[in-house]
Design a protein around this ligand. Structure first.
Ligand code: DOR
Ligand code: ZN
Length: 337
């Protein structure tokens, strides 16, 4: 059956974004607000979002930049964080706590090396009905094996806290997909557009593309296929989180290039193309507008967004950042909501 040239979907959510801080924040937040009703905002700022005061002022900063965007807030779990702090963060409006292993990604020098050091915090996250979001990579493991090597910790956390809801963020490997699908319903995963569509060949197979460098790194064709199959299957345990992570061009085109893909401007057009090419455009709405909200226990967004088959070229730079697929022609466009 020929796919339609336009579809209207319920306003989508992005359950994993980095909006940064300071003067750059407003451009990134406004880009998000053009397409998404709600975004789950990651807390790896400097300093991190780890107290009620920091959470409230970060949310206020986002709100003033983009009042029509609902910022769903997270905090960064600190080693030794106590239950009272988690409760106060919940009272301040946090939906989730983010687990960053030590040193595995941007601003994780204060991360967790010993899961035992956060058991109190995780117990409180469970008790308060919050979600545990995990950057699932094992420090010190070989780069392509870091996600797989973390999976025993994921299983251990799921077993130790029988009511805890857990999201394995940016699932990037076949082993990660398999683990999420095998664990109970209360364990889900976010999927980015770059892990769904790209592999190491795109990153380093020809000339190095620093703008596709991220953590976890994009992996093999077999890993990508496992992600694609599970998403096309319409599995409700996998939902959209872009991990849109802008860095200024100079920080990416550098001898010590930062990890992070600025996916926000192109994530919906790329996803529309992915589903449409496989005759499955009717599945995109569940992936971007329903499964994530259901997992988080949020009502569906009001309003809608149109995705239209229309050619356009991705700008080479937006707000000083080179977006994913810069300069490439897109077959689909997301109209502003
Ligand atoms: O590539 C990444 N960039 N992965 C992360 O986990 C963090 C992000 C960032 O903040 O730049
Ligand atoms: Zn991230």
């Amino acid at each position: 059956m020929r796919e339609p040239a336009e579809i209207e979907i319920r306003t989508p959510d992005d359950f994993h974004v980095h909006l940064r801080q300071g003067p750059a924040l407003s451009g990134y937040a406004r880009e998000a607000a053009r397409r998404f009703g709600r975004v789950l905002v990651m807390p790896n700022t400097l300093p991190p979002i780890a107290t009620p005061g920091e959470l409230a002022s970060y949310r206020a900063e986002i709100r003033s930049a983009a009042p029509e965007l609902t910022a769903l807030m997270t905090f960064k779990i600190q080693p030794g964080m106590d239950r009272a702090t988690v409760r106060s963060l919940r009272d301040a409006g946090a939906l989730a706590g983010k687990y960053y292993p030590l040193g595995v990604t941007t601003n994780s020098e204060d991360g967790i090396s010993d899961t035992d050091s956060v058991m109190d915090a995780v117990a409180a996250i469970e008790a308060e009905g919050l979600v545990l979001c995990i950057h699932g990579e094992e420090p010190g493991a070989e780069i392509l094996d870091r996600e797989r090597a973390f999976l025993p910790r994921l299983a251990h956390l799921a077993r130790s806290f029988p009511r805890l809801r857990i999201v394995l963020e940016h699932v990037s490997s076949a082993a990660g997909v398999e683990a999420v699908l095998a664990l109970p319903e209360r364990v889900a995963g976010t999927v980015t557009v770059h892990h769904l569509l790209y592999t190491m060949d795109d990153l380093i197979g020809g000339r190095l593309d620093p703008h596709l460098f991220c953590k976890p790194v994009v992996k093999t064709r077999a890993d990508r296929s496992a992600l694609q199959r599970a998403v096309l299957d319409g599995n409700r345990k996998l939902f959209f989180g872009s991990d849109s992570a802008p860095h200024p061009r100079s920080a990416k085109e550098s001898a010590q290039g930062e990890a992070g893909v600025y996916a926000m401007p192109v994530s919906l057009p790329l996803l529309a193309g992915f589903f449409a090419e496989r005759g499955a455009l009717d599945r995109i709405e569940d992936f971007v507008s329903r499964f994530g909200a259901e997992f988080y226990g949020l009502p569906p967004n009001g309003g809608s967004l149109r995705l239209r088959r229309a050619r356009w070229t991705v700008p080479e730079e937006i707000d000083g950042v080179v977006p994913l697929a810069a300069g490439r022609e897109m077959a689909w466009r997301a109209l502003d909501r």
